[in-house]
Every structure is written in structure tokens, then in C-alpha cells.
Design a protein around this ligand. Structure first.
Ligand SMILES: Nc1ncnc2c1ncn2[C@@H]1O[C@H](COP(=O)(O)OP(=O)(O)OP(=O)(O)O)[C@@H](O)[C@H]1O
Ligand SMILES: O=P(O)(O)OC[C@H]1O[C@](O)(CO)[C@@H](O)[C@@H]1O
Ligand SMILES: [Mg+2]
Length: 460
């Protein structure tokens, strides 16, 4: 999909007529490599060839609006009530974002009130709309030290009109939705329902996903904390596998459709022989299949370590008479329920190695919830805080139907519709996956590699 400048423009509620509390500070600032002034834009693409391909004058090159404080704002802060909701699965840093939003909007903009809606978008339904938490700087002072979200979260669909009724009845002017693809989709529907009623309510998304599968964001917050934690489990399984007779260590990590956690954690631990991700199908049997490769590792090295993303190899389950995607079921939000690829791998590898006289010592860890429930690390804490600042500035300046994101290391405004227009996935042709191949020395494909014109790499 080719994006044009107009696709990247963010909707504004109207003219900014109020002085921003930051106007004095901003008047002292010069545009610099570290400070993009209000009118400047951040390029969508960052290679010379991609820019040249557009064949457009500079002013028409696709670009995002830079985030940050404006000299003039749309809302009169003394009249503003803001709402915050966290949706979907947990992710390190949710509390940091809540804290950052509350402190920024209270301390600098001095708004009237901030309400936290509980248990995800369920909190915006008629039955739960009055059960909010009053969020004050005192209330959020220490919350960033803990994982999870003080607001609670949930999956499951809600009616957009009912949610708008809630915003109206609670007097919300600005709604911050912290969520993943589902949360961003829900925020989009909410914005559309607000627009259809001609209401003056800003909706700003803060993209959250442990899987790092949202587009137009360099890396989602909490991702670095999560893969760092996942690294510990890979190191643990590697120690176990190395000490066991014909040791096989498998760590299954989250990643429904995207193998980012598996790839980054494997690179960080630098102990994996094989990384399996949803983006790259693999065959179990045959001379080039996974099982042959595992056997070769066990024969030559004595053990093997596999990092597995939960969404990998789903197509294999049916072939083996196992229910694919748990009978193709979906969860309350419509997300595919995955089949147990970890179970299939354990069983197949055990059967294969036993058959060739290498009866394995199997060590299998699924640390999924232990990974995503932790508090944000120092890097993500900074990232969350700065995202929250950007979200508050965007909302106070009347931006709406937009998410804040870091793109090419700058904070930008991204139209909400774009956040759900595609899924961020590991590119099999890209440099990240190449690094995984270089580090593990696994073949580019487990299966009939030559048929696909692909190159075997060998063993490290
Ligand atoms: N198409 C949709 N229309 C309306 N609401 C939706 C839609 N998709 C998701 N939602 C709502 O958004 C919320 C969060 O969605 P979901 O459970 O998929 O988590 P998420 O935000 O994608 O986070 P995660 O990264 O954990 O998947 C849910 O309450 C869900 O009902
Ligand atoms: O068990 P839950 O809470 O539905 O979450 C599991 C899913 O959430 C995700 O982390 C996305 O947030 C997926 O990787 C995972 O499959
Ligand atoms: Mg999701």
C-alpha cells in the first residue's frame, strides 16, 4: 500500500485559541537536530531510494506531524476532564504511561479532573461507567514500580455508541486509549461514533503490544523489558539442555502473528540454535526438515536450544491430527486462539530422537505471563513517560483520531486508522531475520530449501 501525505494527516478538532502553559518555554527554543518545531514533519521513509521513488517535491513527500507541546492549544485546561483506559493483554509500562499522562496533564496543564475507567473498555459500558478511579498525581506517584495496570484490562467487544454515551455522561473531553491492535480499532470506532454525533471529544491512542506487532512505531513500549526478561528463560533452558543427556531445550514465547520477542530474545541470549516464528513456515520431516536439523545438533553438539514463538508452525497442527488454532476458535476480542505448537514440537522431537537412538532429556519452558507481567525497565520507563507527554500535548492541542508513536526515533502523530491498517511482522527478507540466521546458523528454511531457491547456512 503506497501512502500519500494526505493519508498521514491527523484530524484536528478546531483552531487552537488558548495559550499553552509551554508557550514561554517554547519561545526560547531553536529548531535543532533534537527539536523539531511545530510545523516540521518527520519522514515516513528513511532511505534515499525510497524517497527518490516518490518522484515528488519535498513538501509532498509522505511524512508525519511531529509530536510535542504547541504554543496554542485547543482546550481550555480549566474545563477539561480526561479519561484513561487500558485494554487487551498486559504489557510492561502500562502503569508508567498512566502515571505520565496524569502527571503531565495535571501538573502542567492543570486540568479539572482525570478519570480512570476500569477493566478495559468494559469500563465504558453503561453498567460500569460510574465505577471509575479518580486519578491524581498522588494516586499515581508510585504505580510505575509495578507491572500490570492499576486500571485493570479486559478483552471482549463493546458497543461504540454506548461508550460515547459514557463519555458524554461523565463529561469527558479527552479520552486516552492505551491498547494494542484491538484497542486501536476500538478507539477508531469510538472516534467515528463521536464524529457522527458532532461531539467535541478528542481520542488519542497510545499503542501497546507485547508482540511489537503494531505498525508505524519503531518498537512498542514494554517490548524491550519483555524480551530482556525472556532472555533469562532462554539462558536457563540452554544451561539445562547442555547438562542433560541429548538435551533439548525449548522456550515458547508470546507472538501470535509476529516473532519479534522470539527473535530479539534469541539474539540477546545468543544461545539458541533454532528460532521458529509465525512469519516463516517450517517442515518437521524430510532431510531438510526441523527434526533432521535437531538430530544433527544433538549428534554433533550434544544438545539443542529452540526458541519458539507461540504462533509458529500453526499449519503443522492439522497435518498431525491436532486441532489447529484450538478448533479455529477466537477469544472474546476475536483474536485467533492458537494451537499448542509447543506440545507438538516436544512430542515430535522426543519421538524422532528416541527412534534414532538419542532418547532426549527434554526441558520445556513457557514463561509467557512471567514475561509480560513485569514492571518496565529503565529504558521503557523513559519511553513510556515521553509517549505519555506526547499524548497529552496532542490531545490538548485538539488532535484526535490519532495515536502517538515513536517513528525513526522521533515522536509523531499517526492517524488511528493507519495503526490498524497492517500488522508489523518480522520481514523474512529483512535485516533482523538475517541477524537471527547469522547468529543461530539455522537454514533460511526448514524444508525443501533448494526447491525454493533458498540457501542453507549450516551450523555455528
Ligand atoms: N473490531 C473491533 N471493534 C470494536 N472493538 C474492538 C474490536 N477489536 C477489538 N476491540 C476491543 O478492543 C479491546 C482490546 O482488544 P484486544 O483484546 O484484541 O487487545 P489489544 O488491544 O489488541 O491488545 P493485545 O496486544 O493484548 O492483543 C477489547 O475490549 C475489544 O473488544
Ligand atoms: O492469554 P491472554 O491474556 O488472552 O493473552 C495472550 C495473548 O496476548 C498477546 O500477548 C497479545 O497481547 C499474545 O501474544 C498472546 O497470545
Ligand atoms: Mg491484539
Amino acid at each position: 500500500m503506497t501512502l500519500h501525505l494526505d493519508d498521514l494527516r491527523v484530524r484536528r478538532l478546531g483552531e487552537c485559541r488558548y495559550d499553552s502553559p509551554f508557550s514561554e518555554t517554547l519561545s526560547t527554543k531553536q529548531t535543532s537536530p533534537h527539536y523539531v518545531a511545530e510545523g516540521d514533519r518527520v519522514l515516513l521513509e528513511d532511505t534515499v531510494s525510497m524517497l527518490a521513488d516518490h518522484g515528488l517535491p519535498l513538501g509532498r513527500i509522505p511524512s508525519f506531524e511531529a509530536a510535542g507541546p504547541r504554543r496554542k492549544i485547543y482546550f481550555d485546561p480549566s474545563q477539561v476532564t480526561a479519561g484513561i483506559v487500558t485494554c487487551g493483554g498486559l504489557c510492561p509500562g502500562l502503569n508508567n504511561v498512566i502515571r505520565g499522562l496524569v502527571q503531565e496533564i495535571y501538573v502542567h496543564y492543570q486540568v479539572k479532573q482525570v478519570l480512570g475507567f476500569r477493566n478495559g473498555l468494559q469500563g465504558l459500558t453503561a453498567a460500569h461507567r460510574d465505577d471509575t478511579i479518580e486519578l491524581t498525581p498522588d494516586r499515581v506517584r508510585d504505580i510505575h514500580n509495578a507491572g500490570g495496570t492499576i486500571l485493570g484490562s479486559s478483552r471482549g467487544g463493546q458497543d461504540a455508541d454506548e461508550m460515547v454515551d459514557t463519555l458524554v455522561s461523565r463529561g469527558i473531553d479527552i479520552m486516552f486509549v492505551i491498547g494494542g491492535d484491538g484497542g486501536m480499532r476500538a478507539a477508531t470506532f469510538l472516534s467515528e461514533a463521536i464524529r457522527a454525533r458532532g461531539l467535541d471529544i478528542a481520542v488519542i491512542g497510545v499503542p501497546k503490544t507485547i508482540d511489537n506487532d503494531l505498525p508505524f512505531t519503531d518498537q512498542s513500549f514494554g517490548f524491550q523489558s519483555a524480551f530482556a526478561r525472556a532472555t533469562d528463560f532462554i539462558s536457563a533452558v540452554a544451561v539445562e539442555a547442555a547438562a542433560g543427556l541429548n538435551g533439548v531445550g525449548i522456550v515458547k514465547l508470546m507472538g501470535r502473528h509476529s516473532g519479534f520477542i522470539a527473535s530479539y530474545a534469541a539474539l540477546a541470549a545468543n544461545a539458541a540454535d533454532i528460532v521458529l516464528i509465525p512469519e516463516i513456515p517450517f517442515a518437521l520431516g524430510g532431510p531438510d526438515g526441523l527434526l533432521a536439523h535437531v538430530e544433527q545438533h544433538v549428534r554433533t553438539k550434544g544438545h539443542v536450544v529452540i526458541v519458539l514463538a507461540e504462533g509458529a508452525g500453526q499449519e503443522l497442527l492439522e497435518e498431525h491430527g491436532l486441532p489447529q488454532q484450538n478448533g479455529r476458535g477466537t477469544d472474546a476480542s476475536g483474536n485467533l486462539k492458537l494451537g499448542d505448537i509447543g506440545g507438538l514440537l516436544q512430542a515430535s522431537i522426543t519421538a524422532h530422537l528416541t527412534a534414532v537412538g538419542l532418547s532426549p532429556t527434554m526441558r520445556y519452558i513457557d514463561p509467557s505471563y512471567a514475561v509480560r507481567s513485569i514492571a518496565a525497565n529503565a529504558y521503557d520507563s523513559v519511553y513510556c513517560l515521553r509517549l505519555a507527554h506526547a499524548a497529552v500535548h496532542a490531545a490538548m492541542a485538539g488532535r484526535t483520531e490519532a495515536a502517538v508513536a515513536r517513528w525513526r526515533r522521533r515522536f509523531v502523530h499517526v492517524p488511528l486508522s493507519l495503526m490498524t491498517s497492517r500488522r508489523n511482522q518480522v520481514d523474512p527478507d529483512g535485516d533482523l531475520w538475517m541477524s537471527v540466521l547469522e547468529t543461530t546458523c539455522q537454514p533460511a528454511v526448514f524444508g525443501p530449501a533448494r526447491d525454493r531457491g533458498m540457501v542453507r547456512i549450516g551450523f555455528c
